[in-house]
Design a protein around this ligand. Structure first.
Ligand SMILES: Nc1ncnc2c1ncn2[C@@H]1O[C@H](COP(=O)(O)OP(=O)(O)OP(=O)(O)O)[C@@H](O)[C@H]1O
Ligand SMILES: CC(C)(CO)[C@@H](O)C(=O)NCCC(=O)O
Ligand SMILES: [K+]
Length: 259
């Protein structure tokens, strides 16, 4: 069985893939100082709690935080006796190499999204991923990741407003019915929700115009369903897209003898 690990700047997600389906998805906050033993304590407690029979033989990691990879490598070696595949490292093959400016290191989460989206939808796709950042990942006709857009994430924007303006409280994003807020919270909610909806809609339109060919738009990440309620232009919402991409990359490396 495969353990797929997606480390974002905010959260780290583990999913167990049995070859046909994900048996579970476990989430913890990302901390570079977490040790291999701490990962295992957390992981084994939850696996036991859910009554999952997991026989992990392989591990794949996509990490946007380079420092966490060190302890995750020890975790894979110590508890599962395997050398993990790390997306973005030279020994982890991708079905199609990215086409970006020389010297650019695309986020491993974006590479996994591109592979996952191509596997499910074919090429000419844009993935909109709501995480710490909101990133738009463009996938060409042949499945190559060819760049996109990085915008500040929704929760980062809310946090920045709270940090930078003494009288503004911290709030959670939600969809206000009205655009014109009549109280402070309503005003912030409108700015972030309707502001972000405009950003997403506008950027999708500009990407499509520049790309010049019809494209599918796939939303992923925790806040995708919330923004779908504003009809921003998603053709599909898939919350497991990054993880799906990791399983496809793992299979590709198995088939091509690199693991
Ligand atoms: N209404 C909401 N308001 C604020 N946050 C929300 C809301 N609904 C979901 N979320 C957040 O979405 C997150 C899940 O999103 P996702 O895993 O895609 O990104 P992330 O873990 O925050 O970012 P990263 O992957 O960059 O670490 C949850 O941690 C949750 O806090
Ligand atoms: C944009 C984020 C932060 C999104 O998780 C991540 O993919 C990242 O750190 N990327 C590196 C830069 C790039 O993708 O071009
Ligand atoms: K993510």
């Amino acid at each position: 069985m495969l353990l797929a690990i997606d480390c974002g700047n905010t959260n780290t997600v583990f999913s167990i893939w049995d070859g046909e389906e994900f048996l579970c998805t476990l989430r913890t906050s990302t901390h570079h100082a977490r040790t291999a033993d701490a990962y295992f304590t957390w992981y084994s407690t939850l696996v036991q709690h859910y009554g999952i029979e997991a026989d992990i033989t392989d591990v794949i990691i996509a990490s946007t935080v380079p420092r966490v990879v060190f302890n995750l490598r020890i975790f894979a070696d110590r508890f599962f006796g395997c050398r993990p595949l790390v997306v973005g490292k030279p020994d982890c093959l991708l079905p199609v190499p990215p086409r970006v400016d020389e010297g650019t290191v695309p986020g491993p989460d974006r590479l996994a999204n591109a592979v996952g989206a191509f596997d499910r939808h074919g090429g000419n796709v844009v993935v909109v991923d709501f995480g710490t950042a909101t990133n738009f990942d463009v996938v060409a006709a042949d499945g190559a990741y060819v760049g996109g857009i990085i915008a500040p994430g929704v929760n980062l924007s809310l946090e920045a407003l709270h940090q930078g303006a003494a009288a503004l409280p911290h709030i959670d994003v939600s969809r206000p019915d009205k655009v014109i807020g009549t109280n402070t919270v309503g005003c912030i909610q409108s700015g972030v929700y309707w502001g972000y909806s405009g950003l997403i809609e506008g950027l999708i339109a500009r990407i499509k115009a520049e790309y010049g060919m019809p494209m599918k738009v796939v939303g992923t990440g925790g806040l995708a369903p919330l923004f779908d309620q504003a009809d921003v232009g998603f053709d599909a919402i898939e919350d497991d897209l990054t993880m799906h991409g990791l399983t496809v990359i793992h299979r590709y490396n198995k088939d091509n003898g690199s693991v």
